[in-house]
Design a protein around this ligand. Structure first.
Ligand SMILES: Nc1ncnc2c1ncn2[C@@H]1O[C@H](COP(=O)(O)OP(=O)(O)OP(=O)(O)O)[C@@H](O)[C@H]1O
Length: 405
């Protein structure tokens, strides 16, 4: 307190008041001050009580907020931002809902944003950019390092793929001058591990194009509810990266014959396929992007996908014949330290039903036998042992890939 007696405004006149008057004036002043003090103490108590109340509320909200963030959240996509609220579509069950959001959150959202919602479908947060999803579902490689020389036993098929995919990418003006549309898509079909992916990569390498791969099964099983959007994204990424080879593996997962069941999963697959068809139909004028699809289940495909203008070249990629197998053995042992006695013709003869992938596995296994034996050179016997081992692998499980035993 800096006030001194001189500063205080006294409740009496110093010069005229008697002692008695001074005392009673001071008493009165004291009473007033005491009652003011009382009042202020009451106010302070009230304020403290209020403060306590807010403190408790804050704690409760912090706790709720934490709980909200901890309990499992569902993923949804924003469909529309309307005055009445935000329309979201949940992944998994595809149900649409109108939900409220805070002003701050509303500003962050736009149609197609992916969001996390809680049990009562309130939007809790916006999920980070969708390139994340794209990256997880699409494999993008600029000019992959596979060349035609790495592929064995598919000369005819290679020629056909080159004509239909490579020419339009390399010399688009030829098609323009002749006045025909280049074939829009190529479908490679045949057993697993026969080189379909390799072929698509080799075309991208040869034409210096970006190779973009998406697996049909991932589209419908991993990213439920997002299939159609991801197909849209896929074509967009291709256009952004042209010249591009767009490789859709396991296309049967999205384009199989319609089944009679009407489950929501089927409806979702249908929507994804419709999106694919519409992207392909509108694709002719979209520059230097070529589509290659692959399937092991040609018999399952919906005819809609095979209509002219879509995949109008169907190329069978069979298992290699004996001559092909010999070449594939040579390709996969190029970098191996192989003994001169190794007879690839004999190995090709031995491995009747092997696919290219089986042969590759056998070469690696032969190398492992050499290493186990502490050698750096791989002998014929290693290949024979590898054959033995690999052909036995599938014995217990007839579905196992190695079918050449
Ligand atoms: N014709 C081939 N020539 C050389 N190597 C081959 C051949 N076919 C397959 N391979 C080997 O097998 C591996 C798998 O082949 P690829 O992925 O191209 O098969 P795919 O037909 O696309 O199989 P899937 O249908 O299972 O996707 C290749 O990386 C390669 O090492």
């Amino acid at each position: 307190m800096s006030d001194t007696v001189e500063d205080v405004d006294l409740p009496y006149d110093e010069d005229v008041s008697s002692e008695q008057e001074k005392i009673s004036a001071l008493r009165e002043r004291l009473e007033v001050l005491e009652s003011q003090n009382e009042e202020m103490r009451d106010q302070l108590l009230d304020a403290n009580a209020e403060n306590n109340k807010y403190q408790q509320k804050l704690e409760r909200l912090t706790h709720e907020n934490k709980k909200l963030k901890q309990s499992p959240l569902f993923v949804a996509t924003v469909q529309e931002i309307a005055d009445e609220g935000v329309v979201i579509k949940q992944h998994g069950n595809n149900q649409e809902a109108l939900t409220e959001v805070t002003e701050e959150m509303r500003e962050e959202l736009e149609p197609d944003s992916r969001v996390a919602v809680n049990n009562s479908l309130s939007i809790v947060k916006r999920l980070d950019n969708e390139t994340d999803v794209r990256a997880r579902v699409m494999q993008v490689e600029h000019s992959p390092d596979v060349t035609y020389a790495d592929i064995g036993g598919l000369e005819e098929q290679m020629q056909e793929v080159r004509e239909t995919v490579e020419m339009p990418l390399d010399r688009p003006e030829m098609f323009e001058q002749v006045g025909i549309q280049p074939p829009s898509g190529v479908l490679l079909y045949g057993p697993p591990g026969t080189g379909k992916t390799m072929l698509a990569k080799a075309v991208a390498n040869q034409t210096d194009a970006t190779f973009i791969k998406m697996a049909g099964s991932e589209l419908v099983h991993k990213f439920i509810g997002e299939g159609a959007k991801l197909v849209r994204d896929l074509f967009e990424v291709a256009r952004e990266n042209e010249p591009a080879v767009l490789f859709i593996d396991e296309i049967d997962a999205i384009a199989s014959k319609r089944t009679d069941s009407k489950t929501s999963g089927d409806a979702e697959v249908q929507r994804t396929m419709m999106q694919l068809l519409s992207e392909m139909d509108g694709f002719e004028d979209r520059g230097e992007v070529r589509i290659i699809a692959a399937t092991n289940r040609f018999d399952m495909l919906d005819e809609a996908i095979l209509r002219p203008g879509r995949f109008d070249r169907l190329i069978e990629i069979p298992k290699p014949d004996e001559e092909g197998r010999e070449v594939i053995f040579q390709i996969h042992t190029r970098k191996m330290n192989v003994d001169v006695d190794v007879d690839f013709a004999e190995l090709a003869d031995l491995t009747g039903e092997a696919s290219g992938a089986d042969i590759k596995a056998m070469c690696t296994e032969a190398g492992m036998f050499a290493i186990r034996d502490d050698r750096t050179e791989v002998y014929m016997q290693d290949f024979l042992d590898a054959y033995e081992k690999i052909s036995q692998t599938g014995d217990d499980d007839p579905d196992e890939a190695l079918a050449f035993a």
